[in-house]
Design a protein around this ligand. Structure first.
Ligand code: GLA
Length: 342
Protein backbone atom coordinates (compact mmCIF):
# COMPACT_ATOMS: atom_id res chain seq x y z
CA UNK A 1 0.00 0.00 0.00
CA UNK A 2 1.35 3.45 -0.86
CA UNK A 3 2.04 6.05 1.81
CA UNK A 4 -0.70 8.38 2.99
CA UNK A 5 -0.26 11.70 4.75
CA UNK A 6 -2.48 13.44 7.28
CA UNK A 7 -2.26 16.98 8.63
CA UNK A 8 -3.27 18.30 12.06
CA UNK A 9 -3.31 22.09 12.51
CA UNK A 10 -2.24 24.05 15.56
CA UNK A 11 -4.78 26.48 16.94
CA UNK A 12 -5.22 30.00 18.17
CA UNK A 13 -7.80 30.63 20.86
CA UNK A 14 -9.20 34.11 20.30
CA UNK A 15 -10.80 34.22 23.73
CA UNK A 16 -12.26 31.86 26.34
CA UNK A 17 -9.26 30.56 28.29
CA UNK A 18 -9.44 27.93 31.05
CA UNK A 19 -13.15 27.60 30.40
CA UNK A 20 -13.25 24.37 28.36
CA UNK A 21 -12.83 22.02 31.33
CA UNK A 22 -15.41 24.07 33.21
CA UNK A 23 -18.12 23.33 30.60
CA UNK A 24 -17.80 26.93 29.40
CA UNK A 25 -17.30 28.79 26.13
CA UNK A 26 -14.27 29.25 23.83
CA UNK A 27 -13.65 30.89 20.45
CA UNK A 28 -10.67 29.17 18.74
CA UNK A 29 -9.61 28.69 15.13
CA UNK A 30 -7.31 26.21 13.37
CA UNK A 31 -4.16 27.77 11.86
CA UNK A 32 -2.02 26.97 8.83
CA UNK A 33 0.94 25.67 10.86
CA UNK A 34 0.66 22.12 12.13
CA UNK A 35 1.96 18.56 12.11
CA UNK A 36 2.09 16.21 9.12
CA UNK A 37 2.29 12.44 9.62
CA UNK A 38 3.11 10.12 6.77
CA UNK A 39 2.15 6.47 7.22
CA UNK A 40 3.42 3.56 5.15
CA UNK A 41 3.67 -0.21 5.71
CA UNK A 42 5.88 -1.14 8.63
CA UNK A 43 7.48 -4.27 10.12
CA UNK A 44 4.84 -6.88 11.04
CA UNK A 45 3.06 -6.28 14.35
CA UNK A 46 4.85 -3.02 15.10
CA UNK A 47 4.68 0.72 14.77
CA UNK A 48 7.93 2.38 13.89
CA UNK A 49 7.83 6.15 14.39
CA UNK A 50 10.35 8.77 13.31
CA UNK A 51 10.27 12.32 14.65
CA UNK A 52 12.10 13.94 11.75
CA UNK A 53 12.49 17.36 13.43
CA UNK A 54 14.14 15.78 16.48
CA UNK A 55 16.09 13.04 14.68
CA UNK A 56 14.61 10.46 17.08
CA UNK A 57 12.82 7.16 16.57
CA UNK A 58 10.59 4.81 18.54
CA UNK A 59 9.45 1.26 17.86
CA UNK A 60 6.72 -0.56 19.78
CA UNK A 61 4.41 -3.55 19.47
CA UNK A 62 0.97 -2.77 18.05
CA UNK A 63 -0.78 -4.90 20.66
CA UNK A 64 1.25 -3.64 23.65
CA UNK A 65 2.59 -0.13 23.18
CA UNK A 66 3.61 0.43 26.83
CA UNK A 67 4.25 3.82 28.45
CA UNK A 68 6.88 6.34 27.41
CA UNK A 69 7.47 10.08 27.66
CA UNK A 70 7.93 13.14 25.44
CA UNK A 71 6.67 12.80 21.86
CA UNK A 72 6.74 8.99 22.13
CA UNK A 73 3.93 9.05 24.70
CA UNK A 74 1.68 10.76 22.14
CA UNK A 75 2.40 8.17 19.45
CA UNK A 76 2.05 5.16 21.72
CA UNK A 77 -1.06 6.63 23.35
CA UNK A 78 -2.80 7.44 20.07
CA UNK A 79 -2.17 3.95 18.65
CA UNK A 80 -3.35 2.31 21.88
CA UNK A 81 -6.46 4.48 22.31
CA UNK A 82 -7.52 3.91 18.69
CA UNK A 83 -7.24 0.15 19.15
CA UNK A 84 -9.00 0.27 22.53
CA UNK A 85 -11.87 2.06 20.77
CA UNK A 86 -12.14 -0.82 18.31
CA UNK A 87 -10.21 0.58 15.35
CA UNK A 88 -7.88 -2.28 14.42
CA UNK A 89 -4.64 -0.87 13.11
CA UNK A 90 -2.14 -2.17 10.55
CA UNK A 91 1.60 -2.18 11.13
CA UNK A 92 3.04 1.15 10.09
CA UNK A 93 6.09 3.28 9.69
CA UNK A 94 5.25 6.86 10.67
CA UNK A 95 7.25 9.94 9.70
CA UNK A 96 6.36 13.00 11.75
CA UNK A 97 7.23 16.57 10.85
CA UNK A 98 5.83 19.82 12.21
CA UNK A 99 6.09 23.57 12.12
CA UNK A 100 4.21 24.54 15.31
CA UNK A 101 6.82 25.37 17.96
CA UNK A 102 6.48 22.94 20.90
CA UNK A 103 5.36 24.53 24.17
CA UNK A 104 4.34 27.73 22.40
CA UNK A 105 0.66 27.75 23.39
CA UNK A 106 -0.39 27.02 19.79
CA UNK A 107 -1.16 23.42 20.66
CA UNK A 108 1.48 21.40 18.92
CA UNK A 109 0.21 18.51 21.09
CA UNK A 110 -3.30 18.37 19.63
CA UNK A 111 -1.89 18.91 16.13
CA UNK A 112 0.28 15.83 16.67
CA UNK A 113 -2.53 13.70 18.17
CA UNK A 114 -5.07 14.41 15.44
CA UNK A 115 -2.52 14.01 12.60
CA UNK A 116 -1.44 10.67 14.08
CA UNK A 117 -5.02 9.49 14.52
CA UNK A 118 -6.10 10.43 10.97
CA UNK A 119 -2.93 8.93 9.45
CA UNK A 120 -3.25 5.64 11.37
CA UNK A 121 -6.97 5.30 10.56
CA UNK A 122 -6.51 6.03 6.83
CA UNK A 123 -3.45 3.77 6.58
CA UNK A 124 -5.43 0.95 8.24
CA UNK A 125 -8.42 1.43 5.93
CA UNK A 126 -10.69 2.41 8.85
CA UNK A 127 -13.54 4.88 8.47
CA UNK A 128 -13.06 8.15 10.29
CA UNK A 129 -15.21 8.26 13.47
CA UNK A 130 -17.37 11.24 14.42
CA UNK A 131 -14.97 14.14 14.97
CA UNK A 132 -16.26 14.94 18.46
CA UNK A 133 -15.57 11.32 19.45
CA UNK A 134 -12.14 11.51 17.87
CA UNK A 135 -11.43 14.72 19.82
CA UNK A 136 -12.33 12.89 23.06
CA UNK A 137 -10.08 10.00 22.11
CA UNK A 138 -7.14 12.36 21.42
CA UNK A 139 -7.78 14.13 24.70
CA UNK A 140 -7.56 10.77 26.54
CA UNK A 141 -4.08 10.39 25.04
CA UNK A 142 -3.06 13.63 26.71
CA UNK A 143 -4.82 12.85 30.01
CA UNK A 144 -3.81 9.22 30.43
CA UNK A 145 -0.57 8.83 28.47
CA UNK A 146 1.06 12.24 28.80
CA UNK A 147 -0.26 13.18 32.24
CA UNK A 148 -1.77 16.57 31.34
CA UNK A 149 -5.37 16.98 32.46
CA UNK A 150 -6.17 19.21 29.48
CA UNK A 151 -9.70 19.75 28.18
CA UNK A 152 -11.13 19.38 24.68
CA UNK A 153 -10.43 22.87 23.30
CA UNK A 154 -7.33 22.10 21.24
CA UNK A 155 -8.56 18.84 19.74
CA UNK A 156 -11.96 20.28 18.76
CA UNK A 157 -10.32 23.37 17.24
CA UNK A 158 -7.96 21.18 15.19
CA UNK A 159 -10.68 18.75 14.07
CA UNK A 160 -13.71 21.05 13.66
CA UNK A 161 -12.17 24.41 12.65
CA UNK A 162 -13.47 26.15 9.56
CA UNK A 163 -11.49 28.20 7.05
CA UNK A 164 -12.10 31.94 7.47
CA UNK A 165 -13.98 31.40 10.75
CA UNK A 166 -13.45 31.11 14.45
CA UNK A 167 -15.70 28.54 16.11
CA UNK A 168 -17.72 29.25 19.24
CA UNK A 169 -17.69 26.02 21.23
CA UNK A 170 -20.11 25.42 24.08
CA UNK A 171 -18.37 22.73 26.12
CA UNK A 172 -21.54 21.76 27.95
CA UNK A 173 -23.47 20.73 24.83
CA UNK A 174 -20.45 20.48 22.49
CA UNK A 175 -22.37 22.73 20.10
CA UNK A 176 -20.09 24.40 17.55
CA UNK A 177 -21.09 27.66 15.80
CA UNK A 178 -18.81 29.16 13.12
CA UNK A 179 -18.26 32.91 13.47
CA UNK A 180 -16.82 34.70 10.40
CA UNK A 181 -13.48 36.27 11.27
CA UNK A 182 -13.78 39.47 9.25
CA UNK A 183 -11.10 41.71 10.69
CA UNK A 184 -11.37 44.64 8.28
CA UNK A 185 -7.82 45.98 8.14
CA UNK A 186 -6.95 44.60 11.60
CA UNK A 187 -4.41 41.78 11.95
CA UNK A 188 -4.01 38.98 14.48
CA UNK A 189 -0.46 37.95 15.37
CA UNK A 190 1.25 35.74 17.92
CA UNK A 191 4.55 36.47 19.61
CA UNK A 192 6.54 33.86 21.50
CA UNK A 193 7.31 34.88 25.09
CA UNK A 194 10.45 32.75 24.99
CA UNK A 195 9.29 30.58 27.90
CA UNK A 196 8.37 27.04 26.93
CA UNK A 197 5.56 25.51 28.92
CA UNK A 198 4.45 21.96 29.59
CA UNK A 199 0.95 21.24 30.80
CA UNK A 200 1.99 18.09 32.60
CA UNK A 201 4.65 19.95 34.56
CA UNK A 202 3.14 23.42 35.05
CA UNK A 203 0.40 24.69 37.34
CA UNK A 204 -2.27 23.61 34.83
CA UNK A 205 -3.30 20.52 36.79
CA UNK A 206 -3.37 22.65 39.99
CA UNK A 207 -5.90 25.00 38.37
CA UNK A 208 -8.10 22.07 37.47
CA UNK A 209 -8.00 20.88 41.08
CA UNK A 210 -8.90 24.35 42.33
CA UNK A 211 -11.92 24.42 40.01
CA UNK A 212 -13.03 21.04 41.35
CA UNK A 213 -12.59 22.33 44.92
CA UNK A 214 -14.66 25.42 44.11
CA UNK A 215 -17.44 23.24 42.65
CA UNK A 216 -17.43 21.06 45.76
CA UNK A 217 -17.63 24.13 48.02
CA UNK A 218 -20.50 25.58 45.98
CA UNK A 219 -22.32 22.25 45.62
CA UNK A 220 -22.40 22.42 41.82
CA UNK A 221 -21.20 19.96 39.19
CA UNK A 222 -19.35 22.48 37.04
CA UNK A 223 -18.37 26.15 37.14
CA UNK A 224 -20.72 26.76 34.20
CA UNK A 225 -23.39 26.87 36.91
CA UNK A 226 -21.53 29.39 39.08
CA UNK A 227 -22.60 33.05 39.27
CA UNK A 228 -20.33 36.02 39.90
CA UNK A 229 -21.84 36.58 43.36
CA UNK A 230 -21.01 32.96 44.39
CA UNK A 231 -17.32 33.85 44.27
CA UNK A 232 -17.53 36.18 47.25
CA UNK A 233 -18.36 33.29 49.63
CA UNK A 234 -15.30 31.25 48.67
CA UNK A 235 -11.87 31.31 50.32
CA UNK A 236 -8.93 32.86 48.49
CA UNK A 237 -7.80 31.95 45.76
CA UNK A 238 -10.89 29.94 44.77
CA UNK A 239 -12.97 33.15 44.69
CA UNK A 240 -10.73 34.62 41.99
CA UNK A 241 -10.62 31.38 39.98
CA UNK A 242 -14.43 31.33 39.85
CA UNK A 243 -14.63 35.02 38.97
CA UNK A 244 -12.30 34.44 36.03
CA UNK A 245 -14.33 31.55 34.62
CA UNK A 246 -17.70 33.31 34.96
CA UNK A 247 -16.44 36.55 33.41
CA UNK A 248 -14.42 34.82 30.68
CA UNK A 249 -17.52 32.97 29.47
CA UNK A 250 -19.31 36.32 29.20
CA UNK A 251 -16.34 37.75 27.28
CA UNK A 252 -16.62 34.98 24.67
CA UNK A 253 -20.17 36.02 23.81
CA UNK A 254 -19.18 39.68 23.90
CA UNK A 255 -16.37 38.86 21.43
CA UNK A 256 -18.81 37.05 19.12
CA UNK A 257 -21.08 40.12 19.24
CA UNK A 258 -18.14 42.46 18.56
CA UNK A 259 -17.07 40.38 15.55
CA UNK A 260 -20.61 40.28 14.16
CA UNK A 261 -20.85 44.07 14.59
CA UNK A 262 -17.41 44.61 13.03
CA UNK A 263 -16.32 46.40 16.23
CA UNK A 264 -12.65 45.37 16.33
CA UNK A 265 -11.71 47.98 18.92
CA UNK A 266 -14.19 46.31 21.29
CA UNK A 267 -12.61 42.93 20.51
CA UNK A 268 -9.22 44.40 21.44
CA UNK A 269 -10.55 45.61 24.80
CA UNK A 270 -11.94 42.13 25.49
CA UNK A 271 -8.50 40.60 24.80
CA UNK A 272 -6.96 43.02 27.31
CA UNK A 273 -9.64 42.23 29.90
CA UNK A 274 -9.10 38.49 29.38
CA UNK A 275 -5.37 38.94 29.91
CA UNK A 276 -5.83 40.99 33.09
CA UNK A 277 -8.07 38.27 34.51
CA UNK A 278 -5.71 35.45 33.52
CA UNK A 279 -2.88 37.36 35.22
CA UNK A 280 -4.65 38.56 38.37
CA UNK A 281 -7.51 36.12 38.97
CA UNK A 282 -6.32 32.89 37.38
CA UNK A 283 -2.60 33.56 37.93
CA UNK A 284 -1.23 31.76 34.87
CA UNK A 285 1.07 34.52 33.61
CA UNK A 286 4.85 34.81 34.08
CA UNK A 287 7.18 37.86 33.88
CA UNK A 288 8.32 37.09 30.31
CA UNK A 289 4.70 36.99 29.14
CA UNK A 290 3.99 40.29 30.89
CA UNK A 291 6.99 41.86 29.15
CA UNK A 292 5.73 40.56 25.79
CA UNK A 293 2.21 41.93 26.39
CA UNK A 294 3.67 45.33 27.33
CA UNK A 295 5.89 45.33 24.25
CA UNK A 296 2.88 44.62 22.02
CA UNK A 297 0.80 47.34 23.67
CA UNK A 298 3.66 49.79 23.17
CA UNK A 299 3.78 48.83 19.47
CA UNK A 300 0.14 49.91 19.15
CA UNK A 301 -1.84 46.67 19.65
CA UNK A 302 -5.57 47.17 20.18
CA UNK A 303 -5.43 44.25 22.62
CA UNK A 304 -3.06 41.45 23.68
CA UNK A 305 -3.32 38.43 25.92
CA UNK A 306 -1.60 35.27 27.04
CA UNK A 307 -2.96 32.29 25.14
CA UNK A 308 -3.41 28.59 25.89
CA UNK A 309 -2.64 26.88 29.17
CA UNK A 310 -0.32 29.65 30.37
CA UNK A 311 2.91 29.69 32.40
CA UNK A 312 4.75 30.74 29.22
CA UNK A 313 4.02 30.20 25.55
CA UNK A 314 2.67 32.68 23.04
CA UNK A 315 0.89 36.01 23.32
CA UNK A 316 -1.95 36.84 20.92
CA UNK A 317 -2.36 40.44 19.77
CA UNK A 318 -4.75 42.38 17.55
CA UNK A 319 -3.19 45.21 15.54
CA UNK A 320 -5.24 48.01 14.01
CA UNK A 321 -4.62 49.27 10.47
CA UNK A 322 -1.55 51.48 10.38
CA UNK A 323 0.17 49.96 13.44
CA UNK A 324 3.18 47.72 12.75
CA UNK A 325 3.62 44.51 14.76
CA UNK A 326 7.16 43.79 16.00
CA UNK A 327 9.54 41.80 13.77
CA UNK A 328 9.11 38.58 15.75
CA UNK A 329 5.30 38.61 15.34
CA UNK A 330 3.75 35.81 13.25
CA UNK A 331 0.48 36.54 11.42
CA UNK A 332 -2.25 33.98 12.15
CA UNK A 333 -5.46 33.34 10.21
CA UNK A 334 -8.17 30.66 10.33
CA UNK A 335 -7.33 27.73 8.04
CA UNK A 336 -9.04 24.42 7.31
CA UNK A 337 -9.31 21.64 9.92
CA UNK A 338 -7.31 18.41 10.19
CA UNK A 339 -7.45 16.26 7.08
CA UNK A 340 -6.01 13.36 5.15
CA UNK A 341 -3.85 14.78 2.36
CA UNK A 342 -3.74 11.63 0.26
C1 GLA B 1 -4.53 24.17 27.07
C2 GLA B 1 -5.44 22.95 27.15
C3 GLA B 1 -6.87 23.31 26.76
C4 GLA B 1 -7.37 24.52 27.52
C5 GLA B 1 -6.33 25.66 27.49
C6 GLA B 1 -6.71 26.82 28.39
O1 GLA B 1 -4.39 24.60 25.75
O2 GLA B 1 -4.96 21.94 26.28
O3 GLA B 1 -7.70 22.20 26.97
O4 GLA B 1 -7.72 24.20 28.84
O5 GLA B 1 -5.05 25.21 27.86
O6 GLA B 1 -7.83 27.46 27.88
Amino acid sequence: MSAIRAFGPGRVNLIGEHTDYNEGLCLPFAIAAGVTVEASDGPAGTIEARALDLGETDTFALDDSGPSDGWRAFVRGTAAELQRAGHDLRSATLSIRGDVPRGSGLSSSAALEVALALALLAHSGRAEPDRRDLARLCSRVENEWVGAETGLLDQLAALCGREGHAIRIDFRSLTIDPVALDLGGFRLVTVDSGVEHSHAGSGYNDRRRECRDACAALGIASLRDARAEDATDLPEPLDRRVRHVVEENARVDAAVAALRAGDLEALGRLLDASHASLRDNYEVSVPEVEATVERLAAAGAAGARIMGGGFGGAVLALFPPGATPPDDAVAVAPGPPARVLG
